[in-house]
Design a protein around this ligand. Structure first.
Ligand SMILES: [Ca+2]
Length: 108
């Protein structure tokens, strides 16, 4: 009975690595995220609850909606651009301005 659980866990691990491999580098390349920046350290936490992933934060929700609107499962610089003018975390600062200031656009 243990095998299916192990297979599921391994699949989940690959799935999260797959998301990380596709999303984080696209974001980092578009916004020229510095190695020691808050955004780089946040990694998956730019869009998710924590650096390890988890639930989407408000910025992640907006990106998910933009991906859906574009009919894409792959994050592109164009899709990132679609949420730049939004204020996902409703703190009065647009996502793009927060990213430029090395702030997290989905943080409360
Ligand atoms: Ca904001």
């Amino acid at each position: 009975m243990k095998k299916p659980i192990i297979i599921l866990a391994v699949t989940a691990l690959f799935a999260s690595a797959f998301a990380l491999g596709n999303f984080v580098p696209v974001f980092a390349a578009k916004y020229k995220v510095g190695k020691d920046s808050k955004l780089a350290k946040a990694a998956c936490g730019v869009c998710h609850a924590s650096a390890k992933g988890g639930k989407l934060n408000p910025y992640g929700d907006d990106l998910k909606a933009a991906l859906k609107a574009a009919g894409s499962k792959k994050l592109t610089p164009e899709i990132l651009a679609k949420v730049e003018g939004l204020d996902s975390n409703k703190n009065g600062v647009k996502n793009i301005d927060e990213i430029k200031k090395d702030m997290l656009p989905g943080a409360k």
